[in-house]
Design a binder for this molecule. Structure first.
Ligand code: 5GP
Length: 197
């Protein structure tokens, strides 16, 4: 199988990601002024978005991280790495890469609500709204997307491709699974036409 057998297309370019981060940053600064929020990035997928977003939120804030691990059926999660900051009494802004069925965010919110936070809101870069199974509050979103499998700007496939600078859709996931090397070659392969350049 050759590289062109994995259909792959850019869906959100770098410029659109940057300008949306700027808009969300302004909105969040306005709403959280005087409240010293804690922005909690959910590892690993939120990393590029968190990094771009916080630099657009021009008010004092704290940044921390939380990692989840999945177990059992139905999208149950537990905390694999907790925040260093105590969240008690704080205005917490959870930063996610993508909300799909909503199960992960719903578990996470329930976990965080047990911590006597002053307020809890979520900002997600991407919202796969048509695939939602549970109705979970989502206060801020970057883009609404369809149900293609997305990669890049934090989103991975088997741990890889998080370092693409923009968001791409894999139009045929079966082709990727059958031939993972073909996409890697297309993305990182020939010097001079790398998609991360
Ligand atoms: P949910 O619990 O909302 O169904 O799933 C959220 C998680 O599913 C995300 O944090 C992400 O890890 C994964 N996910 C959902 N859709 C995509 C996608 O299109 N691409 C990638 N790479 N991960 C996705």
């Amino acid at each position: 199988m050759t590289a062109k057998d994995v259909p792959f297309t850019e869906v959100i370019p770098v410029e659109a990601l940057a300008s949306r981060a700027r808009e969300l940053g302004d909105q969040l600064a306005e709403e959280y002024r005087g409240r010293e929020p804690v922005f909690v990035g959910i590892l690993h997928g939120s990393l590029p978005f968190l990094s771009d977003l916080i630099r657009q939120v021009r008010i004092p804030l704290d940044v921390d991280f939380l990692a989840l691990s999945r177990f059992g059926e139905g999208g149950k999660v537990r905390i694999a790495m907790d925040t260093e900051t105590s969240l008690e009494g704080r205005h917490v802004v959870v930063v996610e890469d993508i909300v799909d069925t909503g199960l992960t965010l719903s578990y996470l919110r329930r976990l965080l609500e047990t911590r006597d936070v002053a307020s809890l809101a979520t900002v997600t870069l991407l919202d796969k709204a048509p695939r939602r199974i549970v109705d979970v509050p989502l206060e801020y979103r970057g883009f609404e997307v369809g149900d293609e499998f997305l990669l890049g700007y934090g989103l991975d496939w088997e741990g890889k491709y998080r370092n693409l600078r923009s968001i791409w859709a894999v139009l045929d996931l079966a082709a990727l699974q059958a031939s993972p090397g073909a996409l890697a070659e297309k993305v990182f392969g020939a010097r001079g036409d790398s998609l991360i350049a």
